[in-house]
Design a protein around this ligand. Structure first.
Ligand code: NAP
Length: 289
């Protein structure tokens, strides 16, 4: 149990719904292990209450919060400053309260790259990547992959306009790297799939145990790696099917831990104990499965 005193600093997460969030468990475990007099709590914030909740952060001396659905975009204009990459992504998942200023960051992309390296042993530099999706998680991954020096990427999304808008927004900042949009029915899709070194699912398909039916695994080269951002109480069907074909594949649990580690670093100026957040999530999954 955390020994709460008058000096304990409060952190937390804003979301609606919030009951399912695993962040309180992994952040409190990290606070405790690092000997911090700090507590992390879930805040159930409805969309109509977001502005008041954000305005209250400074007055309540809250140290910082994470932000999850549906507030990641709506919070931007409510902050004093937003980090350049979070602005480019168009979403904030971490707020730091410093000198009465609210500063927004997005740690999803860094958490993703961290998990790629730790969990898949995949170094993105110079690689060819294909991503399914074009939503918020995809934008964070695209910016992080381009910053990590990938050679080129292909976006494959159901709604092609949405994918094209993503490219229009981000491509001018990365003129040296190739960014393409492809439809599922486009004949070049299979060719791109077979050339990719890394295939990433950033869609929400798999959350309810659905197969990723639009991804023909037999087209993927055997040396390629698979990253499924979706995570749930068991490994996703996409990860299971990829592993059955002998491909290296992981789900999004490591990314969740990675974005949490980056938020911890922003709040405390130091890293949590290595691997602690991921281990905490794996244990939670084992006890719930
Ligand atoms: P989002 O903005 O709502 O985007 C959802 C994406 O999924 C869109 O590209 C959408 O395509 C696509 N999609 C949904 N249903 C589909 C279907 N039946 N067939 C094909 N495409 C479909 O969501 P998000 O915030 O980016 O999150 C996406 C996923 O990433 C979620 O499962 C979320 O849990 C996960 N995530 C994980 C982490 C982590 O730490 N591991 C962090 C962030 C997000 P259209 O544009 O065509 O509608």
């Amino acid at each position: 149990m955390i020994n709460v005193t008058g000096r304990t600093r409060v952190f937390g997460i804003f979301g609606d719904p919030i009951e399912h969030s695993l962040s309180p468990r992994m952040q409190n475990a990290a606070f405790k292990k690092s000997g911090l007099d700090a507590l992390y709590v879930p805040f159930h914030v409805l969309p109509q209450g977001l502005a008041a909740a954000v305005a209250g952060l400074g007055s309540l001396s809250v140290g910082g919060v994470n932000v999850t659905l549906p507030h990641k975009q709506a919070i931007l204009p409510l902050l004093d400053r937003v980090d350049a990459d979070a602005r480019l992504i168009g979403a904030v998942n971490t707020v730091v309260v410093r000198d009465n200023q609210l500063i927004g960051y997005n740690t999803d992309g860094l958490g993703f790259i961290h998990s790629l390296k730790e969990d898949l042993r995949f170094d993105p530099a110079g690689k060819e990547v294909l991503l399914f999706g074009a939503g918020g998680a995809c934008r964070a991954a695209v910016v992080a992959l381009l910053r990590a020096g990938i050679r080129g990427l292909t976006l494959v999304n159901r709604n092609l306009d949405r994918a094209a808008q993503l490219v229009e927004r981000i491509a001018p900042h990365f003129p040296e790297q190739a960014i393409r949009v492809q439809g599922f029915k486009d004949p070049a899709f299979h060719e791109r799939l077979s050339q990719a070194d890394l295939i990433v699912n950033t869609t929400s398909v798999g959350l309810k145990g659905e197969e990723l039916s639009f991804c023909p695994l037999q087209k993927i080269k055997t040396s390629a790696s698979i990253y499924d951002m979706v995570y749930s109480i068991a490994e996703t069907p996409f990860v299971c099917a990829a592993k059955q074909r002998g491909l290296a594949a992981v789900d999004g649990l490591g990314m969740l831990a990675g974005q949490g580690e980056e938020a911890f670093l922003l709040w405390f100026g130091m890293r949590p104990v290595k691997g602690l957040m991921k281990n905490c999530l794996v244990k939670l999954r084992e006890t719930n499965s």
